[in-house]
Design a protein around this ligand. Sequence first.
Ligand SMILES: [Zn+2]
Length: 269
Amino acid sequence: MNRPLIPWLKRAALLLCLAVLVSGCGHAAYTNRSQLLLIGEGQEMQLGLQAAQDVLKKEKESSDLLQTERVRRVGWRIAMAANKPEYKWEFHLIEKNDVNAFCLPGGKVFVYTGILNLTTSNDELAAVMGHEIAHALERHGAERMSQALMLQVGGQAASIAIGSSVGPVASEVFGQAYGIGAQVGVMLPHNRTQESEADEVGMILAAKAGYEPAGALSLWRKMDAYAKSKGKSQPEWLSTHPSTTQRIADIQAKMDAIRAKYFQPQYLN
Ligand SMILES: [Zn+2]
């Protein structure tokens, strides 16, 4: 189909202006991958904190003090390894049989009992939390928001990208990027590059925090078996992620180098 040339040019010029104006290119922490980021980190964090309040209003926190404490302890150790003092870290265990976990920008981390019950060691729990925290640190949500802005550019979106306020339109784009819909919770539809980056950085964080990075390997093998046992009705955490065969191979390929460089065994686990 032929597209009219002028609107296309206008759109391209506007995109270029936007990119220049907001200096929308950044580099991902740890991997140094170039990213298009049209949203400021402060703005992104503010939206994350708002979304976290909504999640807490709707979801029920676990009354199991022991497991809640376990999630907090593993989470804090990864947070310390992440060295992100501007985040206001919190770790919540949600009483729900969903295989789900996420970290919102700003450092609010949610782990569901459904995924916690699948983990049989703190190394595996560290792999879950490291992966989710890595998505936030690498600003994968902001990348998705930027992609959404690119599609909508020319309208209100441009003003969001340049402005620093958090208006209803910014909230809507955030909600779309994070998959916050009618249903409670967050479903991050990350792409393959982001997933592979979160696996790698998640392993680095877990290793720096004193957890054996092989926890990621046993976790994903378990996820694979669990998904197969469920047939088509895959758990949410898996359905938003690419197939596990390649992922397990990638994790295995990177693991020894990450362990050698970052793993600091600690007495307390
Ligand atoms: Zn992920």
